[in-house]
Design a protein around this ligand. Sequence first.
Ligand SMILES: Cc1cc2nc3c(=O)[nH]c(=O)nc-3n(C[C@H](O)[C@H](O)[C@H](O)COP(=O)(O)O)c2cc1C
Length: 500
Amino acid sequence: MKRIKALLLSAVMMFSLTACNNAEQTSQENTQTESAPYRESGTSEQISAPSSDNSDISNTQQEVTMPDNFVLIKGGTFEMGSPKTEAWRSNDETQHTVTVSDFYMSVYELTQAEYREITGESPSNFSGDELPVENVSWLDAVRFCNAISKKENLSPAYVIDGNSVTWDRSADGYRLPTEAEWEYACRAGTTTPFNTESSMSAEEANYYGHYPYEIEDNYFSQENLTTKPGQYRQTTVAVNSFFPNKYGLYNMHGNVGEWVWDYYGEYGNEEQTDPVGAENGTLRVYRGGGWNDFAKNMRSAYRAALAEDKGSFNIGIRLVRNAVKGSGSIVSEGAQNIGGSGNKVLIAFFSWGGNTRGIAEEIRSQTDADIFEIELVHPYSSDYNTVLDEAQRDQNQQARPEIKNKVENIEQYDTIILGYPNWWASIPMPIATFLEEYELSEKTIVPFCSHGGGRFGQSLTAIAKLTPDSAMGEALSIHYSGGSSMPSDVAEWLKTNNIT
Ligand SMILES: Cc1cc2nc3c(=O)[nH]c(=O)nc-3n(C[C@H](O)[C@H](O)[C@H](O)COP(=O)(O)O)c2cc1C
């Protein structure tokens, strides 16, 4: 790979300025290693910007090579999250002031060729050297970071022991961006939902182009839409496609979502410097949306999340490296084995038109599990155009429609097979009511989704966020009623989940 060389100053440069702080940090670090997990934010030493007046400090200059597709993202302060006025925002995008230090970021998503060269593996759902690698889990992503660091004689950023991953913030190797770094880089100074400062068209990003921003509430009369529906490519595209953002970064919106370091959790509303996410959790965040996402789900502030051992055709990797030497370590224990150990199964589903019901009944015939259909106190209209409107309004307001019936003794079940139609690229809100109504922690949720072409959309993120203390099994998406292969598809999927 062609490389440019950047002359960086080593950490010694700042020694005289930070000596007192360092003494404090060292004792803090010593305690912290014993009481894992811990978080620390913000302490860092500048190694990237050569000082113009460094005559009185002891400098050791070090040659650091940076791949030519990496750019220096100059740090700064920005408003992370979305303003309350932003259409289709979620409550977990609380706006707050964040400062990030300088870092280097790849202008491209990691390609399949780059992934294969290091790992020998081709996990992607689509195939092409210049397409982004996808179908990689968060754990695959951190393993990849270490493998490429080792190959290039850099110090690995992560100590990986099974599911437990410790990030050594001082390492100069490749790593995932933090969620804050990712959003800062994506926004490139913008404060709008997308970094183009206007609603993105399918000529500007690779997403589910039939569904541009705000299509949901303008579906029947589109004259108010600034961006009209465009092409849905149904595949990833080469990582250098479209125009880059103001920092030179390609495809921060769309193509594939990108894993970041952080556990998913509330990020609060206090001012922060170099935050690293929730202290613990079960889900990792990925950002930016992908080829299969509606525009609302590739906004700069949108937060997607999935278990760290799961991959998807919609999620890839973008690498970063320190430009500023961080300090301390971030210990994460990894998701514990939270799935139920027995195998008493309940099939719970919501269906509007009958497709999901048909699949649920097929599952019952193959498993003999108990079955529960979610019914509403105020059912949706039976008219298609009306339900489209009702459903988008419910989703926009994060409504919780009241459920009329009850599951008896939910505690007896270890596994909940959860069925629903894809509604506006997510779950119907009755599924959210159901998930909040019952105590499902420690149980395994196995989703299946009937859809009209959008597969899961962001429904798995929605379920994961509502049930962070449950395990998620392998999910199944079925086109409408599933056709003649549905019974065998169901049989195979039940086996994969060890249900039959
Ligand atoms: C309100 C509403 C919204 C929908 N949104 C989507 C969507 O975003 N993506 C998709 O692939 N299909 C969408 N569909 C199609 C349904 O997911 C699909 O027809 C499914 O098979 C319906 O299942 P059911 O018959 O159990 O209700 C939508 C249907 C309705 C009624």
